[in-house]
Design a binder for this molecule. Structure first.
Ligand SMILES: O=C(O)CCC(=O)C(=O)O
Ligand SMILES: [Fe+2]
Length: 206
């Protein structure tokens, strides 16, 4: 289940609607703080209204339910991918199974820590930072005996935002790695083509 637009909340089952909206309200200032810290690293000192739309104009929440799988060695919970937006704040239960790709191509298990959120960088922030920040490839393995629930909150540009390298990134003749594209086009590309791993970024490359 995903809440993208404000009014989509009517589509949520009433059993969880209030909790989801409450959680979204609680987590929004935290997302902004994290983006402020990340943007300071790109010499952007303030997130004004237009930047806020670009960085966090769409927030979506998924609730992922992974049932136990009798043969985990031949099944995948979630295939390898990068999230499309700027950052994802991921709440997971204590079952485990989330893996991120290390710099040497190895898979690293993200041990669940009670009360902690895992924060992933998404493709849009890689694009805006002209590759200074890298989106993290991740996947989910299933467990033979336990269910798993995760609640990722994806902080994305608004759909009508144009994403591209921040001009203040490009110093001393540095070339933009990515062209300027509408975030909704990037979103559609990822959903329709379903590229795996980091391949979706090629769509945005110059
Ligand atoms: O279930 C997880 O831990 C990750 C889910 C995920 O990667 C996603 O929803 O994009
Ligand atoms: Fe993801």
């Amino acid at each position: 289940m995903v809440v993208i637009h404000k009014n989509d909340s009517n589509l949520w089952p009433p059993q969880t609607r209030n909790q989801v909206l409450e959680y979204q309200k609680w987590v929004k200032p935290l997302a902004k703080k994290l983006l402020e810290v990340l943007l300071k690293g790109l010499n952007v000192n303030e997130i004004d209204e237009s930047l806020e739309l670009l960085l966090m104009g769409t927030m979506s929440i998924n609730i992922n339910y992974y049932p136990p799988c009798p043969n985990p060695s031949i099944a995948m919970g979630f295939r390898r991918h990068c999230d499309m937006g700027c950052i994802t704040l991921l709440l997971q239960d204590d079952t485990g199974g989330l893996y991120v790709r290390g710099t040497k191509g190895n898979w690293i298990h993200v041990n669940p820590i009670k009360g902690a959120l895992a924060v992933n960088i998404g493709d849009s922030l890689q694009i805006m930072s002209n590759d200074r920040y890298k989106s993290i490839e991740h996947c989910v393995a299933v467990d033979s005996s336990r269910t798993r629930i995760s609640v990722p909150l994806c902080v994305n540009p608004s759909f009508d935002s144009v994403i591209g390298s921040f001009p203040q990134m490009l110093k001393d003749g540095e070339k933009p790695v990515y062209k300027h594209i509408l975030f909704s086009n990037y979103w559609d590309h990822c959903f329709i083509k379903r590229p795996s791993g980091k391949a979706s970024l090629d769509f945005a490359k110059n």
